[in-house]
Structures are given as C-alpha cells and as structure tokens.
Design a protein around this ligand. Structure first.
Ligand SMILES: NC(=O)c1ccc[n+]([C@@H]2O[C@H](COP(=O)([O-])OP(=O)(O)OC[C@H]3O[C@@H](n4cnc5c(N)ncnc54)[C@H](OP(=O)(O)O)[C@@H]3O)[C@@H](O)[C@H]2O)c1
Length: 355
C-alpha cells in the first residue's frame, strides 16, 4: 500500500522540521548531534523512564538522574504537557548524544486526521529539540475532533487505519532520510485484539511495539504472549500497578502493590526492593517496563529490575496473584468501547444488567 503523503511533501516536512545543529534563540544548547555513522539504539531497552505526571519543573532533574543512572530510554507523549521541558533536558550540555538513547512519543487523539499527523509529529520534534523519534505511538485507538477545548467529541470520520497510513509516512521519511528525520519505528497503544487485527490487515510498515497497561494486578499473560509470538514488543505501562496517584479511586480496597504481602515476601526472598521485584517479573516475561519517578533514588532503584530472576515455580505463584484489575480505562468518559475482550475492558456481548 502506498503512503498517502507523497515523498515531495515529506521533503517539505523535513525542511520545515528543526535541525539538530540549529541554534535555538532561547539560549538552549542545540541537542548533541550524533556522528553521521552512529547507529540508533535498537532494540528498545528493557527499562525506560516514564514521563506522565512529571511536572515540567521536575522533568530536568528526573531526566538528568535517569541518564546518570545509565537509562537509555525515555517514554513521553504530547499529552503529558511537558515535552518542552523534556527538550530542554535533552539539550543540556551534560546530556548524552542523541543516538545513545531511545526516545518515544505519542500522537494525541485530537491529531488523528491524516493531515494533522505530520503537524503533531513536527511539534513534538520541535518541543523535544530533536529531528527523529525512535518510536512514535498512536496513543489511543480513538480520534477526537480537534479544536474543541475542554470537550471530547469523537471524530467518526477518521479511522485508526487512516491515522496509521499517515504514521507510516513518518517511518518512510526516516528510511528515506537515512535516519536524519522521521520515526525509526511506529507503534500502537491501548488497542484491543480486534483493533490490532485491523492494523495488521492493512499495514505496510507494521507496529513495532504495543504499549498497554500490564502489571501483576492485570497480567494479561495470553495477550502478552501473543505479541511476543508475533514479534511485536510489549511496553508495559503503569508497571507499578496502583502506585500512580491518578488510580487511587479505582479499587481502593487493593493494597498499594509495594505493601502487598505476596510481593513484599517475594522481594525479601530475593533481597531486592518490592518495586524491583514487580518490575523484574515483567521484564522476565519479555515486556519492556517504563516506571515513572521524579526521585533520583527511585529512578536508580527501578533500573535494578534487570537483576531480578524468578524460578518457574515462582512464576506460577505470581500468576495466581492476578487481580484482573485495569486502572486506566477512560471508556465511559469518552463514550467509546475500549479494550474489548480484554480483562477490565468492555465486552459488547455481555449485557451488564444480566450479570
Ligand atoms: N500509553 C499510555 O496510554 C500510557 C498510560 C499510562 C502510562 N504510560 C506511560 O507509562 C509510564 C509509567 O506508568 P505510570 O506513570 O502510570 O505509573 P508507574 O510508573 O507504574 O508508577 C508511578 C508512581 O510510582 C511512584 N514510584 C516510582 N518508582 C517507585 C519506587 N521505586 N518506589 C516507590 N514509588 C515509586 C512514582 O512516584 P514519584 O514520581 O514520586 O517517585 C509514581 O507516583 C508513564 O509515566 C507513561 O510514560 C502510558
């Protein structure tokens, strides 16, 4: 299938995009350019720093701490309203060269119309002060009408496949420019199996990764396995389950995972912290974890997930601890079905009154 944006338009986009060596007029340092022959980070590193809910004022020290602890992966999004701060941190004179870390961002729902996709992408590049992303994700399989501040109106005329085609042109641009501009990889986030199928049936450049909520309280083991068998990376968001304060009202009777007896016991047995045990379990089953913190000690601690190992028997015990609780589901607020057929998702074949 041909990209819907011709290459001549892409060239114009490249020309309009920020260049790595351009001096910004706000006194920032230009991002450290990569030597021409340098290869970008690949595959995606197993642990990254999440950036949702990180206040712009907290972002620079969180990113500096991540780099000094040897993180090579940052997970951001336009919707986190902190990309200019992330860009400043990446432009710091102590920040490593661009090709040495993996940078993910996401297309917000108001920018799904194909004509808006390159605009949103270029705005993110400009905010991040870079010329390429390692991964650009469709944040949700839901298009909103743009320009409706404070109101969510579903754009019924823009399908996920329309948006995917436009995203493919960003990946094509990366290839055509030899990595100078574009998205090295593209992917999806918060998709149901049916929505993944829709994309897989039409994609020319297919999703590299799927970012979705998964942790010990929402294990979705079969779904995770399906991705791994189909060579699609699983990026586990909210890997610390209910620690995100946004989730505090979803299932208040569940203990914060760091106080969960099972996990406290598992961590003690391994002589690691509870966060390391919880994250390490996800890494061991093949997922990439992106814990968010703005505290240097925790940021360093979370990378310690890489040293945790569970035996087969322990993995079976973890399986029994699945609560099948989804903390992040805006389905009702948006008036759309989400996570159809998955634990904690909508199921169109079940009438709730009959339950
Ligand atoms: N694609 C999507 O739709 C989507 C949705 C949700 C999240 N995400 C991504 O996934 C990332 C992570 O998910 P999340 O932010 O929801 O939740 P999370 O990383 O599971 O948990 C974050 C919370 O845990 C605390 N924390 C982190 N490490 C800790 C430690 N070692 N000990 C004690 N507390 C610790 C943090 O507090 P402090 O900051 O105060 O340390 C924060 O309150 C996000 O930041 C975002 O990048 C993507």
């Amino acid at each position: 299938m041909r990209p819907s944006i011709p290459i001549s338009v892409l060239v114009a986009i490249v020309q309009a995009s920020p260049l790595q060596n351009s001096i910004k007029d706000d006194g920032q340092h230009p991002i450290k350019p990569s030597p021409p022959s340098s290869a970008p980070v690949s595959p995606i590193p197993s642990v990254g720093l999440g950036l949702w809910n990180s206040k712009p004022s907290d972002v620079p020290h969180a990113i500096a701490s991540a780099f000094s602890s040897n993180y090579t992966h940052l997970d951001g999004a336009a919707a986190y309203n902190n990309e200019p701060s992330v860009g400043s941190a990446l432009s710091d004179k102590h920040a490593p060269a661009r090709h040495t870390y993996w940078l993910t961002s996401k297309l917000w729902n108001t920018m799904h119309k194909p004509v808006n996709v390159p605009k949103a992408f270029n705005k993110t590049l400009s905010d991040l002060n870079t010329t390429y992303l390692d991964l650009y994700l469709m944040h949700w399989p839901v298009a909103f009408l743009p320009d409706n501040p404070g109101r969510t109106i579903i754009d019924q005329d823009t399908s996920i496949t329309d948006t995917w085609r436009a995203m493919e042109t960003l990946a094509s641009a990366y290839q055509a420019s030899n990595g100078a501009y574009g998205a090295h990889y593209i992917g999806i986030s918060n998709f149901s199996p049916r929505q993944i199928d829709e994309i897989l049936k039409m994609c020319t450049i297919c999703p590299y990764a799927h970012e979705f909520e998964t942790h010990p309280y929402l294990q979705q083991q079969e779904f995770v396995n399906w991705h791994i068998e189909h060579d699609m990376k699983v990026i586990a968001y909210s890997p610390l389950a209910n620690l995100n304060p946004t989730y505090k009202d979803v299932m208040p009777e569940l203990p914060p995972i760091l106080e969960d007896k099972f996990w406290v016991g598992a961590a003690q047995k391994k002589n690691v912290s509870v966060a390391q045990a919880v994250l390490g379990w996800n890494v061991q089953r093949g997922a990439i974890v992106i814990p968010k913190s703005v505290h240097a000690k925790r940021i360093e601690e979370n990378l310690g997930a890489l040293k945790v190992e569970f035996s087969e028997e322990e993995l079976q015990d973890v399986q029994k601890e699945d609560k099948k609780i989804r903390f992040n589901n805006p389905s009702k607020d948006w008036g759309v079905e989400l996570f159809e057929g998955l634990d904690g998702g909508s199921n169109r074949f079940v009438i709730e009154d009959e339950l």
